[in-house]
Design a protein around this ligand. Structure first.
Ligand SMILES: Cc1cc2nc3c(=O)[nH]c(=O)nc-3n(C[C@H](O)[C@H](O)[C@H](O)COP(=O)(O)O)c2cc1C
Length: 134
């Protein structure tokens, strides 16, 4: 059995479309800002509306905010556990002061390229490793 939670069947058109997108993928990179030490409500909704579609897949995090969004990413790790979504160690954090011009235009530093490449590699490797469970 794939899951200990009952499968919730999406009924609205938008949720069905979202379920279709997620079900076709094996791994995810979630990019999130941090608001009041956590993730935005819309991201929480997007995660909560599905369940089985997330199971036994992999996820990595890119976070941003005044302080790099690290607390938002930590919250995502505990949410991922409940969704049976395996979170990889590597994380990329972007700060408003260093990676955004005038705190608004995205201008990421070159130093993020190598860690981002590691992040993609870990998500891909774990997505492959979890294939027998899906
Ligand atoms: C109400 C509010 C709360 C915020 N809280 C945090 C925070 O707790 N930690 C942080 O690092 N940045 C915080 N920020 C900064 C946001 O992460 C930053 O503005 C970011 O660019 C928002 O991303 P978005 O415009 O893509 O939604 C906050 C911003 C606002 C407006």
């Amino acid at each position: 059995m794939n899951s200990c939670r009952r499968r919730w069947v999406p009924t609205s058109t938008s949720t069905k479309k979202w379920a279709q997108v997620v079900s076709e993928l094996d791994g995810f990179i979630i990019v999130t800002p941090e608001y009041n030490h956590s993730i935005p409500g819309v991201l929480k909704n997007a995660l909560d509306y599905l369940y089985a579609e997330w199971n036994n897949k992999s996820v990595g995090f890119v976070s941003y905010g005044s302080a790099g969004g690290t607390r938002a990413a930590e919250h995502l790790r505990s949410i991922a556990g409940e969704l049976q979504l395996a979170d990889v160690r590597q994380q990329v954090t972007l700060t408003l002061s260093d990676d955004f011009e005038n705190y608004s235009t995205f201008t990421p530093g070159e130093r993020h390229l190598a860690p981002l490449s590691v992040l993609f590699g870990q998500v891909e490797a774990w997505a492959d490793a979890l294939a027998p469970l899906r």
